[in-house]
Design a protein around this ligand. Structure first.
Ligand code: HEM
Ligand code: HEM
Length: 558
């Protein structure tokens, strides 16, 4: 057997073996009793809901829906003080990262909309080279991937780190410098693509000289995590810390290896290209969004995650099985078939982490779905978590040769891409930003109706986008496989579906503009000053029995 095949087969068998050893060790209680699940709560806080994006009335209804007997927050003064210090230590860098993410979101959406319109209006905007499809499409992709998605993920991760480690963020200035370098890199890379300077590999278009900014920026952003870990005040690491730590470690390795100039050529380069492109989804974006949903779902509901052991199983099986799935992008391509087969097997094995996350998060929310009516944060994040399961199950099926023969080279793949990076990832980020910003700005969202408008516009727009493109792509694939159908007919039949995508995309873009306008208003502290949900220390926080120095009632605005 070829050496490379043996190595890949060996790593697969090892992954399965380690999975069984892992499950056996969990059954023997070697990973602890699950005490870490309640670590994000304090004292009697379980049962007390929390959503800074909710109005006072919504918060009241949310509490009634969850646990009417626990009518007020039961936080101790000491815990409130710890959280205030944690939030304060990260607020500047989080505010800057999230603001940049919103700027990139608006620009990316406009670029996506222009690219979409061009696919059914090919004579529109053809005078200038920079706005032709070949440039505006990679500008859209890089702006969403490294601008919106990465900046939002970094901002949310940096806010979560001190919260989860119950200490202040150490080295915030490194993260600030990293976020600034990263943003300069995204701006420079986008301008370079507009000017026709591209490395020519999908997901890796930024010229390698500009990539250096992202590598250094990413390393600087990750540094505070390790510094803060050394100062942590908790014994067990909550599962979100595992995901954030791993994501911040995996990304620089992937990005550096994939962008190293002159290292890969020919078929090897294509293999590396898709090794990177799928790993950046599974080992960078996915862990950041899962970390956020594992924190915010229990936190908003005031209810610990259903099974802490299951959450660890989800994390480790993601780590075991994700790294070799990239080959499924090259099914039918000029690469060794054993490599493709292994990637398909690994793609099916991905069902393990996906189902682990799905069962765990579903059982945490189960019985309390009414809470979604009252919590803006939860509405976005729970929908996003469901889309994670949907995108992943769809992805596993799409990796099968028989299905891929129809869907590859069609708009169906683009629909799946948006189900993952939009339906799942972006939704979780929207929800997280709604929770975090009131804590960062010490101000409530000025106009709650704008949150609802944002939600319904993006959900409605995305439904049109996804359904239209999935059907259009499937029919396109069947037509392309049919030898009796001329190729141009397979193109022509997609036009109504492409128009539907432009309509859906325009509605989504409108939703993003509403979100961005609301974000700016929040930054300017617009709207009435309402004391309540946005404040961490509600007047009814109880004194900490163990702290003699604690004031009787905190009542301190966050
Ligand atoms: C078990 C999990 C998943 C599997 C097995 C999977 C599988 C696949 C497959 C087979 C393709 C199409 C390859 C082709 O024919 O060209 C694909 C494309 C894609 N997937 Fe997934 N997927 C999974 C989850 C996700 C998630 C969670 C996301 C988002 C966070 C995502 C984002 C994408 C994107 C963006 C593309 C398009 C890449 C491109 O062509 O540029 N997938 N996936
Ligand atoms: C922030 C939200 C968005 C995210 C995360 C996102 C993500 C992506 C990704 C990952 C791809 C590559 C897909 C692939 O190669 O298979 C892509 C392509 C594309 N997106 Fe988006 N997108 C977003 C918003 C939009 C919007 C609002 C539109 C407007 C219609 C849009 C239109 C497009 C178009 C036209 C393409 C190129 C498809 C092609 O080459 O056939 N996207 N987007």
């Amino acid at each position: 057997m070829d050496f490379a095949v043996s190595v890949l087969l060996g790593t697969f068998i090892l992954s399965v073996l380690v999975l069984f050893i892992f499950i056996a060790s969990m059954a023997k209680g070697l990973f602890g009793s699950g005490a870490a699940a309640v670590q994000i709560f304090d004292g009697d806080e379980i049962g007390a809901v929390e959503d800074p994006a909710a109005t006072k009335a919504q918060r009241g209804n949310l509490q009634q829906a969850m646990d009417p007997s626990s009518s007020a927050s039961q936080r101790t003064a000491r815990e409130v003080a710890t959280r205030l210090r944690a939030d304060q230590s990260s607020s500047l860098v989080v505010g800057v990262c999230l603001t940049m993410s919103v700027v990139w979101l608006v620009l990316a959406s406009l670029a996506g909309l222009i690219a979409s319109l061009k696919l059914h209006l090919p004579d529109w905007l053809v005078e200038q080279a920079w706005i032709t499809f070949g440039r505006i499409r990679p500008m859209h992709l890089n702006l969403v991937a490294y601008g919106w998605c990465s900046m939002a993920g970094i901002g949310v991760a940096i806010w979560l780190i001190p919260r989860l480690l119950k200490t202040e963020l150490v080295g915030a200035r490194y993260a600030l410098a990293g976020g600034a370098l990263w943003s300069i890199g995204v701006a420079a890379g986008t301008v370079a693509i507009a000017l026709g300077q591209s490395d020519g590999l999908e997901w890796l278009e930024f010229p390698w000289q500009i990539d250096i900014l992202l590598v250094i920026g990413g390393a600087l952003v990750g540094f505070p995590l390790w510094l803060t870990l050394l100062k942590r005040k908790v014994e067990h690491l909550y599962v979100s810390v595992w995901y954030i730590g791993a994501g911040l470690l995996w990304f620089p390795v992937l990005f550096l290896v994939a962008n190293w100039p002159g290292l890969h050529f020919g078929v090897q380069q294509a293999t590396m290209n898709w090794w990177f492109a799928h790993n950046v989804l599974g080992l960078w974006f996915t862990p950041l969004a899962l970390a956020a949903s594992y924190y915010f779902i229990p936190k908003v509901l005031g209810k610990p995650i259903h099974s802490y052991n299951l959450s660890l199983l989800g994390f480790w099986s993601l780590a075991f099985f994700y790294s070799q799935v990239g080959g499924h992008h090259l099914i039918g391509g000029p690469v060794p078939s054993w490599l493709i087969t292994i990637s398909i097997v690994q793609s099916m094995m991905m069902v393990v982490p996906v189902i682990a996350v799905a069962i765990n998060q579903h059982l945490t929310v189960a019985g309390n779905f009414r809470a979604l009516l009252y919590s803006p944060t939860l509405r976005f994040i729970v929908l996003g978590a469901m889309m994670y399961t949907a995108a992943s199950v769809q992805g596993s099926l799409q990796a099968l040769r028989s299905v891929n023969a129809v869907t590859h080279f069609t708009h169906y793949t683009v629909a799946h891409a948006h189900l993952g990076l939009y339906g799942f990832y972006s939704m979780v980020m929207f929800g997280s930003i709604y929770f975090i910003m009131p804590r960062v700005m010490k101000w409530e969202w000025p106009f709650p109706w704008m949150i609802s408008a944002h939600f319904w516009l993006v959900v409605g727009g995305f439904a049109i986008y996804f359904i239209g493109l999935s059907f259009g792509g499937w029919y396109q694939g069947l037509a392309m496989l049919n030898k009796d159908v001329p190729f141009m007919d397979s193109v022509r039949l997609t036009i109504p579906y492409l128009e539907a995508r432009s309509l859906g995309g325009a509605i989504m873009t409108l939703g993003h503009l509403v979100f961005a306008a609301h974000f700016v208003m929040m930054g300017w502290k617009f709207g009435p000053r309402r004391l309540g949900a946005a404040l961490l220390a509600s007047p009814d926080a109880v004194p900490d029995a163990t702290s003699a120095a604690a004031p009787a009632r905190t009542g301190v605005p966050a």
